[in-house]
Design a protein around this ligand. Sequence first.
Ligand code: ZN
Ligand code: ZN
Length: 116
Amino acid sequence: MPKSVWDMDMNDFMGKSKTSKRTAVSTSIKNEVLKKQNYKCYKCKKPLPAVKHFHHKRAVAKGGKSTLGNLMALCPNCHSEIHHKEKLKKANAKARGKSKSKNPYEIDFKMPKFKL
Ligand SMILES: [Zn+2]
Ligand SMILES: [Zn+2]
């Protein structure tokens, strides 16, 4: 059994799935975002350090695009803070959903029977 054939197929498959999902932010868009924010962090308004982070307001996974309107330049600190808060929000929403045992639409299912 020639092992190389399998390797080739696997690589081809992996390569395809990778290229279709990857959406790199172009340098020109990054520069436009930086100019719009006067090279300051979107959150703390401090001058951006050498290492700049670009955050998608609407996550790429949720259909967000790498456009000027959907991007914000952040310092690494603020960027990690944003993602930390998002995680907390999600955790809180989950906890709330669990504790809420009563179905708000329950009443709709208890409609009186029609008397004809
Ligand atoms: Zn910042
Ligand atoms: Zn981000």
